[in-house]
Design a binder for this molecule. Structure first.
Ligand code: GLY
Length: 420
């Protein structure tokens, strides 16, 4: 079959890598892709936020299956447009993608199905929001309601920080995404990511992971899009996964179906674990980045069968075959990230590294220049390895990192510390 993946990050490179291994895949196109993806698939430079453009491209290229990677096209209704055109599509409708695209909507769903999450209030004006913060005190969490490229959640450790976040949001820092604000209680505990495929009725957990959001070793410095991840996440025991399914995920899936907006695709539940209880931090309507890189390394070719089963509404008959192993990915970022950074620095020796079912460098912000690879973004490479233990996976991943010649980049040296 001919398959189109939408997206251009490390997540999409790892999805493409897994899909390409499956004999069902004849032709693989990624739009727009990146320099690493171009080594294993065709790349197409189309506007992936425009449903009509994507549908026309699929018709012209006899695409049989569309996999939507990032949240923005999902929220823009690209999966709806593809399905309306009769294309087999993996990814939720715009209505269902509100689980990520509106924080207030997610809270409303949690209320409706009694899913455990932090207490909250929602505001469309600054002055009652400020009064609420004064009443509740800090630490407290301020969230822009809409999509804000991962920057719309402020964990404020002081009241002043929370008030500044409110003022910035209502002053338009995130545009329409900040027109409504959710303020919620600060939750303590350990955070982990839980990934579930659902076809709207059946649900199949496909793995756990933990990422490292801060830029510096020891979880210090500013937040980033993620500096590394590993799977599985030991904190999400089988019992806690079952609890999260029973109390949070399945009630959400039923509530979405009950409202006439069934959720089809991957549901990424960010969970806070404390004292044997899992509470929902947030939902994402897509695979995590960089968590997908470690999930795909462990799932391999079966990832395509699972996504197909999901899109066809046949998930009840599907199952995951796990290798009892671990995967870990180290993000290499351009010097200066998450602040200002230069583009165009040369990355050497990537072609000397092994690329197999246990070692892979997934590209994020890269470009090809004069036959070589250059940095073209903040997060640039995801250096990923598998091992029979997490320690072995980590050693293998850092072994690869140390063979890359890139003075313009850096990475954390402690990915996996919590689990190890
Ligand atoms: N790793 C966090 C995210 O994908 O949102």
């Amino acid at each position: 079959m001919n398959i189109l993946i939408l997206g251009s990050g490390g997540r999409e490179h790892s999805l493409a890598w897994a899909v390409k291994q499956n004999p069902k895949c004849d032709r693989l196109i990624v739009a727009p892709g990146n320099a690493g993806i171009a080594q294993l698939a065709e790349c197409a430079d189309i506007d992936i936020l425009d449903g009509a453009t994507v549908v026309t491209f699929c018709e012209e290229n006899a695409v049989d299956f569309v996999i939507v990677g990032p949240e923005a096209p999902l929220a823009a209704g690209v999966a709806d447009a593809c399905r309306a055109a009769g294309l087999l599509t993996f990814g939720p409708s715009a209505a269902a993608a509100r689980l990520e695209a509106s924080k207030a909507f997610t809270k409303e769903i949690c209320d409706a199905c009694a899913a455990p999450t932090a207490a909250y209030a929602r505001f469309t004006e600054a002055s009652p929001a400020r009064a609420y913060i004064a009443e509740k005190g800090a630490p407290i969490v301020v969230k822009a309601d809409g999509l804000a490229a991962g920057k719309g959640v402020i964990v404020a450790m002081t009241e002043a920080e929370a008030i500044a976040a409110i003022d910035d949001m209502f002053a338009g820092e995130f545009g329409a995404a900040g027109a409504e604000v959710v303020i919620e209680d600060f939750m303590t505990g350990e955070e982990a990511s839980f990934f579930i495929l659902t076809d709207g009725t059946a649900a199949l957990p496909i793995g756990t992971a933990q990422d490292h959001k801060r830029v510096g070793d020891g979880d210090t410095g500013p937040n980033t899009g993620g500096m590394g991840a590993y799977s599985p996440a030991p904190v999400l025991t089988e019992a806690l996964q079952q609890q999260a399914m029973d109390r949070i995920v399945l009630p959400t899936i039923r509530e979405m179906a009950r409202r006439g907006t069934p959720y089809q695709g991957v549901l990424y539940a960010g969970l806070m674990i404390e004292n044997g209880e899992a509470r929902l931090v947030e939902y994402n309507c897509r695979f995590g980045d960089p968590e997908t890189q470690v999930l795909m390394m462990r799932l391999g070719a079966q990832a395509l069968d699972l996504m197909l089963a999901c899109a066809k509404g046949a998930l009840a008959q599907a199952q995951v075959n796990w290798a009892e192993d671990h995967a870990l990915t180290v993000v290499m970022a351009a010097n200066g990230y998450p602040g200002t950074y230069a583009r165009g620095s040369q990355i050497r020796r990537l072609d000397t590294l092994p690329e197999d079912s246990r070692h892979m460098v997934f590209h994020a912000g890269t470009a090809e220049r004069d036959g070589g690879i250059v940095a073209a973004g903040g997060r640039v490479l995801n250096v990923t390895a598998r091992g029979t233990t997490l320690a072995e996976a980590r050693e293998a991943a850092y072994g690869l990192v140390d063979r890359i010649d890139w003075p313009g980049g850096f990475c954390r040296r402690d990915i996996g510390w919590r689990a190890l």
